[in-house]
Ligand binder design. Structure first.
Ligand SMILES: [Zn+2]
Length: 560
């Protein structure tokens, strides 16, 4: 899952044959003569374990976009697709190379300086963090700072954080996230960093300083942000060679630590604490700060590429085979970072070897049917997710099948199987007819469905379903909830601890507790859900009046 700052029961009786699955490399699948429940139940823990054990091995060095470790992972997935009897679905066989610009910040020549009453304070790296500038090897901006709440302009909620300030030619300081009074996924949409930058640009800002919100302060270790900020930034490139979705108007951007943000607010009309509290209430707050800032950066850029990996299972109904369900899951992770506890490899076992393992076992189950479903199924292992959902975004902009014929996206990312999982959270369920379709597959695999336990994590915009949603495609993204089948486990506690200590850290590796059986049950749910989508007479539809449906999928909205 993209960094923002985040969170046994054996199924036996219906399995007619015990000769199934194994550890992920057993070749072409035998038929179960079209019975989806049998095919579903052929997914076993050993299949999940086999793929994860390879993909999260130290030898793959954390599968960072553009590295040899990622290439090995991509070869592995292509080989599995081939062995399963899928068709190559990329632009170059199994692969869709994505052109990228890789940008590294030169820390020694990059700085943030705060200026007030003729006094200058140059912040240390670590008091601020920033990424390189993907457009300019050298950049500098110096301007007064205005504070603009969450930096959100949301007409639907009559909410405008810019209403009392003139941001033209200024640096805006904004708090991360969006008002808690917004509904969960709309809150997620307005938390999207691209939307924040776009809003800032529309109000004339030329620089951005990001401030952590209360939730970030509680849940996201600042040191993790510092560690991760030192990894290179990636953007995908337009045919013109320009990086996609980068605003040339923004001449400098940095995030501030707690102490740096306090300094920014020194002598201001309201204290940092009071504005953070006010932001929590959802009311907008904005004012001019008595501080100016100078943001300078030096960057080193290289253009490179890294592939999505794509396999296709062609549908069997001549009328529906031209429609596609896309299973997506990111294959990349964050690679090698500065060490924590002597370990510098971020193996990404849950994030997201788990999702790729599920995708491969789902594909195997589809092949086990012996007879393909009515609609076609595309399996998309993406690159660049951890760099900003880039591989999925590139795919959505350069689809290998017509995007209008993509009826749904089921995304698989970071199934945290740290204990026998008893419940699932289905992100996106309330937006489309896909939502109710989760219930039966979940119940068959002994999962309850729970509501989003942490809306402030804005998960709906943080994984690969989001670029599809922006193309109007109804999407679902199912993750593990906080309930355990083991009464001795407090899932909330384990989950919170996992996010703090192992998420995007070397501890998300194969040595942590992993309940592979939960992983198999999770894959079964996603298989049966997809099978039902692929078989249904009608395509999934956005719910009438839905926020995302109206914004992006007007042509696919359900009739009122
Ligand atoms: Zn991640």
């Amino acid at each position: 899952m993209k960094h923002r700052a985040l969170r046994s029961i054996a199924w036996g009786p219906l399995v007619a044959t015990a000769l199934v699955a194994g550890a992920g490399c057993s070749g072409r699948a035998a038929s179960t003569t079209g019975d989806p429940v049998q095919a579903m139940n052929s997914i076993e823990a050993g299949g999940i374990r086999g793929h994860m054990t390879f993909l999260a091995d130290d030898m793959l060095e954390g599968r960072a976009t553009g590295t040899r470790g990622y290439q090995l992972a991509a070869r592995y997935v292509a080989a599995q697709f081939d062995a399963l009897g899928l068709e190559p679905g990329g632009t170059e066989g199994w692969f869709q190379p994505v052109p990228f610009r890789r940008t590294e910040l030169i820390h020694a020549q990059s700085s943030v300086t705060l200026m007030r009453d003729g006094l200058e304070t140059r912040l240390r790296y670590g008091e601020f963090i920033m990424s390189g500038d993907a457009l300019r090897a050298q950049s500098a901006v110096s301007a007064p700072v205005v504070f603009a709440g969450h930096g959100v302009t949301a007409p639907e909620y009559q909410h405008d954080d810019y209403k009392n300030v003139d941001a033209r030619g200024k640096i805006v300081a904004v708090v991360r996230g969006a008002p808690p009074r917004f509904s969960n996924d709309e809150r997620a949409y307005y938390s999207w960093s691209y939307m924040k930058a776009k809003t800032a640009v529309e109000h004339g800002a030329i620089g951005i300083l990001l401030i952590r919100n209360r939730h970030d302060e509680r849940m996201a270790p600042w040191e993790r942000g510092v560690r991760q900020s030192k990894l290179p930034r990636f953007e995908w490139l337009e045919p013109s060679g320009e990086p996609h979705h980068v605003f040339s108007e923004i001449l400098g951007q940095a995030s501030l630590s707690r102490s740096a943000a306090e300094r920014l607010f020194a002598g201001a009309a309201a204290s940092l604490d009071s504005v953070l509290d006010r932001c929590e209430t959802g009311r907008s707050v904005s004012f001019v700060l008595p501080t100016s800032a100078r943001i300078e950066s030096r960057s080193r850029m290289t253009d490179t590429q890294s592939p999505n990996v794509i396999g296709l299972l062609r549908g069997s109904d001549p009328k529906l085979a031209g429609e596609f369900l896309i299973y997506s899951g990111h294959l990349d992770h964050i690679g090698i970072s500065e060490p924590t506890n002597g370990d510098s490899i971020n193996n990404g076992a849950f994030d997201n070897a788990s999702g790729i393992a599920s995708m491969l076992e789902v594909a195997r189950a589809f092949r086990r049917l012996g007879h393909p479903p009515r609609r076609s199924i595309l399996f998309l292992a993406t690159t660049g997710e951890e760099k900003g959902l880039l591989g999925a975004d590139y795919y959505a902009e350069h689809p290998t099948v017509p995007i209008a014929d993509v009826v749904a996206n089921v995304n698989l990312d970071m199934f945290v199987m740290a204990y026998p999982v008893a419940d699932l959270v289905a992100f996106g369920a309330e937006h489309s007819s896909l939502g109710p379709m989760v219930r039966d597959p979940a119940a068959r695999n002994r999962f309850e469905i729970s509501p989003d336990p942490a809306p402030e994590e804005v998960v709906f915009i943080r994984s690969d379903q989001f670029p599809f949603v922006r193309k109007g495609v109804p999407a679902l993204f199912i993750t593990a909830g906080a309930k355990s089948l083991d009464p001795a486990v407090n899932g909330d506690q384990v989950g919170e601890e996992w996010i703090k200590t192992r998420y995007h850290a070397p501890g998300d590796d194969l040595a942590q507790p992993i309940d592979y059986d939960s992983g198999a049950r999770f894959a079964r749910v996603n298989f049966l859900l997809g099978w039902n989508v692929a078989q249904a007479n009608g395509r999934p539809k956005w719910n009438a009046g839905d926020f995302f449906g109206k914004k992006f999928g007007a042509d696919r909205l359900a009739a009122q």
